[in-house]
Design a protein around this ligand. Structure first.
Ligand code: HEM
Length: 508
């Protein structure tokens, strides 16, 4: 009988003999694919850099080697090539704001493109389920948890987290230290999400100096996921590394592992003792996702859903709040007008803070928040969608089925025809009755895959600004709006200095 077993030295020698052929075949394949992509691909007629059209490697070079922001690079490309740009063999980007509504709208049931979305997890949590039908099923399960009604009822939990933030700010004041408003809002958002969704806090808001591990870890993880976007094999390999080894190789990721462990333990506890859920006063994601006994998600699925909520909700709302604080403090006229409104709504500091429903009726605070959402953008990377088989018209062009299309929110938010002096912070623009700007605020995106946590997001924004501005006199600590510098890593990752303020308790 033929002996097929090979020892390790013969496998190695076979590999060395075959490797020049493997390399040659790969080069030949790449060249042939480039020729096909440039001349015969259904998107061949669309303009854009030739290297981008030829191969996926162009985008990997821009995002991983040069560490450039894709959305900002696309801005330059549109100036050169016009309103449609081919920025990958099968990818198109659009610049006219109307195209945003043509891609992301309630009628479109377009799939997400997994080349981008696999970075957040395997196909398990809501954000990474590619097809609309399955994603809808998963989203529908949590409709109640994120409904406006539930958020309004549970707002005392948001207030509790904000009170802990204030307690920590008071400690900074006592010790004569500036407050990192950047970290404070991130800690607040992390605790709000965990308290609301899992009925358990990570106590990030109590950490000295707001130096919570979860904040450092998520900040450190985003540039890594840009590498995973282009080299998915590395992501698979990284999952095989034992947590202990990973934490010694990348100690800054400790917080992420701690959070995963906390949520894994919680999932196990809830599954082993479902009676905990019956006794709980509060609806959590576990109540919602374990509702249907015939469709119980796996432990990993539950854990990944929980991790998704923290990563989806932490940086987005805290970026908006940080941007709001720095811009309001750098414009004395805006600051004075906002304070006037807040003092009227909350005249005596010793009284309980106004409720969310009352705050959302304040026109100037609302204008400040809309302007802050506009300039913080939400997600900046083009959120890629797959055009259905029959094709679609976008920006007046017929786009063949199977093409991947997307549009970064910066192309709407920085559009000068909609927002005059678009890069400037001008809350007044939202108060102009003739302007009708609301349809162009796309920070939460649009359509069936838009933000699931939108009600919680708004609630946090209103209550945080009211609590921090009404309770403290704040001054910028040597920083200003020009220090709000970001790199596009799907979200806008802050790469400027720490953003600190000097705080003093208000007495009246
Ligand atoms: C200012 C605050 C927020 C902004 C600007 C924001 C923005 C967004 C955007 C633009 C998307 C679409 C992403 C895409 O298609 O790639 C999204 C999705 C999502 N957001 Fe938010 N978000 C915010 C707060 C939150 C909060 C507090 C949560 C709660 C935990 C949350 C949970 C989610 C989830 C679960 C998804 C995925 C939805 C799906 O795939 O169907 N977000 N968010």
């Amino acid at each position: 009988m033929l002996n097929l077993s090979l020892d390790s030295s013969s496998v190695l020698s076979l590999f060395w003999t075959a490797s020049p052929w493997l390399l040659l075949s790969w080069i030949l394949y790449t060249v042939l694919m480039a020729v096909y992509n440039l001349h015969f691909h259904p998107l061949a007629k669309f303009p854009g850099p030739k290297m981008a059209a030829a191969s996926e490697w162009w985008l990997a070079y821009v995002e991983v080697i040069k560490q450039e922001s894709l959305s900002k690079k696309l801005w330059e490309l549109h100036e050169q090539y016009g309103d449609v740009v081919r920025f990958g063999p099968n990818q198109l980007h659009f610049s006219k704001p109307a195209a945003y509504n043509e891609i992301y709208n309630v009628k479109n049931r377009w799939d997400r493109d997994m080349k981008l979305y696999h970075i957040f997890a395997d196909e398990v949590p809501t954000l990474t389920i590619p097809d609309y039908a399955r994603a809808k099923k998963r989203r529908d399960l949590t409709t109640f948890l994120f409904s406006r009604k539930n958020i309004v009822n549970m707002q005392h939990l948001v207030q509790q987290c904000l009170d802990t933030v204030c307690g920590n700010i008071d400690k900074h004041i006592k010790e004569g230290k500036p407050v990192s408003i950047f970290k404070a809002f991130r800690c607040a958002a992390a605790d709000v999400i965990c308290t609301m969704c899992f009925a358990r806090s990570m106590n990030a808001t109590s950490e000295p100096g707001f130096n919570a591990q979860v904040v450092t870890a998520i900040h450190a993880a985003f540039p890594v996921i840009m590498v995973f976007k282009h080299f998915p094999l590395l992501q698979t390999l990284s999952r095989m590394v034992p947590p202990l080894l990973l934490s010694s190789l990348r100690p800054e990721l400790n917080g992420l592992m701690k959070m995963r462990k906390m949520l894994t333990d919680q999932v196990k506890e809830v599954k082993a003792h479902p009676e905990i859920l019956k006794e709980s006063q509060q609806v959590t994601i576990y109540h919602e996702l374990l509702k249907d006994p015939k469709n119980i998600p796996s432990d990993t699925s539950l854990r990944d859903e929980a991790v998704l909520y923290v990563t989806a909700g932490m940086d987005t709302s805290s970026d908006t709040l940080t941007l709001a604080t720095i811009n309001v403090l750098s414009r004395p006229d805006v600051h004075a007008r906002l304070m006037h409104e807040l003092v009227e709504a909350w005249p005596h500091l010793e009284d309980a803070p106004p409720r969310y429903e009352q705050l959302e009726k304040l026109p100037y605070l609302t204008a400040v928040l809309k302007e802050s959402l506009r300039l913080s953008h939400g997600v900046v990377q083009p959120m890629t969608r797959v055009v259905p088989r029959e094709g679609a018209y976008i920006s007046g062009h017929f786009i063949p089925g199977g093409s991947i299309v997307g549009m970064s929110s910066i192309f709407v938010h920085w559009n000068e025809e909609i927002f005059t002096d678009a890069r400037a912070f001008k809350p007044e623009r939202w108060l102009d009755p003739g302007a009708d700007l609301d349809p162009w605020l796309v920070a939460f995106s649009k359509g069936p895959r838009s933000c699931l946590g939108v009600n919680l997001g708004w609630c946090e924004l209103y209550m945080s600004i009211a609590a921090i501005f009404r309770r403290y006199e704040l001054k910028l600590n040597g920083i200003g709006p020009s220090d709000l510098v970001w790199r596009d890593v799907y979200l806008p990752l802050h790469i400027g200095p720490d953003l600190t303020v000097i705080a003093k308790r208000r007495t009246v």
